[in-house]
Design a protein around this ligand. Sequence first.
Ligand SMILES: [Zn+2]
Length: 114
Amino acid sequence: MHEFSIIENILTIVEEISEKEGLTSVSKVTLLIGKMRQIVPDTMSFAFEAAAKGTIADSAVLEMEFVPIKIHCNECGNEFIVKNHTYVCEQCGSTDLSVLEGQELIIKNIEGER
Ligand SMILES: [Zn+2]
């Protein structure tokens, strides 16, 4: 259940940003999450709802946008999207791969009232 510690970190950042921007309440938080993170959306929503109680994001909606895992093959230069967590080049069968996208875990946007 690493979702709970992730949410705690996110809420800390949301509070810092809200303070800096002078927000009095937050209505929506949008996260950009790489699929490598293996986040369970339902658990994220549940954790957010529980952890946001009494904070500036008390009544905020959590939105999640998932980023596919994009791989570069160091053997043949092929770039492809990983399906079913199979880390093998579709073109040459190599496992010498670099991850280009899919490790993200960032706050994309915060909406709120001033
Ligand atoms: Zn390859």
